[in-house]
Each structure stands twice: as C-alpha cells, then as structure tokens.
Design a protein around this ligand. Structure first.
Ligand code: RIB
Ligand code: NA
Length: 309
C-alpha cells in the first residue's frame, strides 16, 4: 500500500503547565493548569497530515513503558501506520516539559530518550516503504545523522523531502540543505542558521535567500501572525504569504501543524504552487493556536472549510 506522507522523527509526551508568565532562573511561580498530551515534532507533523486525510506512516522509537504504549495507541487512533514504530527496552519515551504563559508563548525542555536510538538499522527496515512514499518529512529531535540518512534515502528514490531544522543547531551540516526539496523553519531558527536578525518580512525574505543559496529546492520561513515567506530556486520572485488574524491561546506545535499540512498538500496536490500550499497550511495552523495543547488542538478535515481541499 502506497503511503502519502512518511515521517521519520520524534515522539514526546508533553507535560504542560500553564502559568501567567515563564519563570526566571531560580524562581518558583504558581501555574493554573497542568495536562499531559501527545507531542514531539515528528509525531505532531504526522498526526496533522493524517487528520487532513493523508495516508501516513511514522518511523520512530518510543520506550517500552507506559508513555510508549500509550503513544502507539494514539497513532492507531489517528490512523497512522505503526509498523515502523519501535519500542526500546533500554531508554524511556521522550518527554517535553512545557510552560505556556498567558500570551500563548512557551518554553520547552526536551529529554529525547528513546528517540535518539532510532538509527540506520530501523531506516533500512523501512526503506521499501520510504521509497514508495510521496513525501518524507524529518526534523532534529532524533539523531541528526538518522534524519540526514532518511532524507537521502528519500531523494535517491525521487520522494519529495521536507526538512524542518527544529530545534535548530547553529552549525547545521550543509548536506541537510542539499537533501531538502522544501526547507521549512520559523523566524528564530532562521536567525540561528543565518546569524542575522529575522523579526520582520524583509529580514525573512533576505534570510530565505541566504538559506536557499546553501542548496535546497525552496525555503519557507514561518512568521506566526505575519504568515510566512516562500523563496523558490527556479523562476518567480520570493513571496510574502499573509494569513488571517486569530486569537492566540497556545502556539505550541503550530509550526508542526503547518508542516504536517504542507506535507499533506504536497502529497495530494503535487502541482499546486508552493505559495498556495503555504497559504492553506497557515489556515490549518491558525486553527491550532486557538486552543491549548499540541496534537489535541489540530483540526480534522471535517472541521475545516471545504475550499482548503
Ligand atoms: O513543536 C512542538 C513540540 O516540541 C512539542 O509537542 C514538544 O514535544 C516539543 O518536542
Ligand atoms: Na494549540
């Protein structure tokens, strides 16, 4: 069975505290709500693509523990293929401690655990599936070598690749750019990767050009309420894609919702202009920021306007 979107990436159990503001070093503050959710950038992106109607497969590693068992059930509940979801007995399921303030901003510490044990052995087992996928998506919450190897395997098999360099590392191997058909990051990641400020549309367009020169097919830099910029290698000028204003409650995982949606559009509408895919992905992610949590806030196809499909 051919899969539309394949994600090689992370799973994390999100431990989320809502508080009026983020604490300073050495400080204790009272929060007003705590909840546990399914997160991790890889899984988030996969779940969003699945909820829009993509046939999805996840390649990842969780622990042989309560969080890991639960996570596998979560994939099944969302219709994600779990043949390549492994369970490590020598590491725990990844966790993310998240604090969300009243402005909807967050601070996150991840302990990747079992995610770091995903390696070439698992990729080789998944290769027959990877080679038949339409789109492959990777991030940086697993070992970088594993992500790069997966992207290369996809490219060798003419599978379109989306790479999300998150969380960003300053000296990203230039091979990642060459292995990315679409290189998609947010403003702070773009800042870290280029070493220049990215706080407005002009600076994002400049950063996009700079990243593009490193060898990827196209660059998308997401800008929250300002939408995103799309910079393409062939023809056409760079574009600022605006988005509609929404009331923000929690932006955690909004970037993942955007990327999951982008992967869905690339798989289902391969000839659609990238700017149009980005415009629609902005709409999807815009829904996710209006309620708390990551995956729990991701819309299903049935919740969205028909013109997005
Ligand atoms: O991008 C959001 C995600 O980052 C959260 O779900 C958390 O798990 C961290 O990995
Ligand atoms: Na949300």
């Amino acid at each position: 069975e051919v899969c539309d979107v394949m994600v090689v990436g992370s799973c994390m159990t999100d431990l989320v505290s809502q508080a009026p503001r983020l604490p300073k070093a050495g400080e204790t503050i009272h929060g007003h709500k705590f909840f546990i959710g399914f997160g991790g950038k890889g899984a988030n992106q996969c779940i969003q693509a699945a909820r829009l109607g993509a046939k999805t497969t996840m390649v990842c590693k969780v622990g042989k523990d309560f969080f890991g068992d639960n996570y596998i059930q979560n994939f099944k509940d969302n219709g994600v293929h779990t043949d390549f979801v492994g369970q490590a007995s020598d590491a725990a399921t990844g966790v993310a401690s998240i604090i969300v303030n009243d402005a909807g901003e967050n601070a996150i510490v991840i302990v990747a655990g079992a995610n770091m044990l995903l390696g070439s052995e698992e990729l080789h087992k998944a290769l027959p599936a990877i080679s038949h996928a339409k789109v492959l998506v990777c991030q940086l919450e697993i070992s970088p070598q594993t992500s790069l190897q997966a992207l290369r395997m996809a490219q060798e098999n003419k599978v379109k690749t989306i790479f999300n360099p998150a969380p960003a590392i300053p000296d990203l191997d230039t091979e990642f750019y060459r292995a990315s058909d679409v290189f998609c990051c947010n403003e702070s990641e773009a800042e870290l990767l280029t070493g220049s400020s990215v706080v407005n549309v002009e600076e994002a367009l400049r950063a996009g050009q700079e990243l593009l020169k490193r060898g990827c097919g196209s660059v998308i830099i997401t800008l929250g309420p300002q939408g995103c910029v799309v910079v393409k290698a062939q023809e056409s000028p760079s574009k600022h894609v605006k988005t509609t204003a929404v009331t923000t409650v929690d932006t955690t995982g909004a970037g993942d919702s955007f990327i999951g949606a982008l992967a869905f559009y690339m798989a289902h509408y391969p000839t659609m202009p990238l700017e149009e895919m980005a415009r629609r992905a902005n709409q999807v992610a815009g829904v996710s920021v209006q309620t708390v949590g990551t995956q729990i806030s991701y819309p299903f196809k049935k919740d969205l306007p028909a013109e997005l499909f």
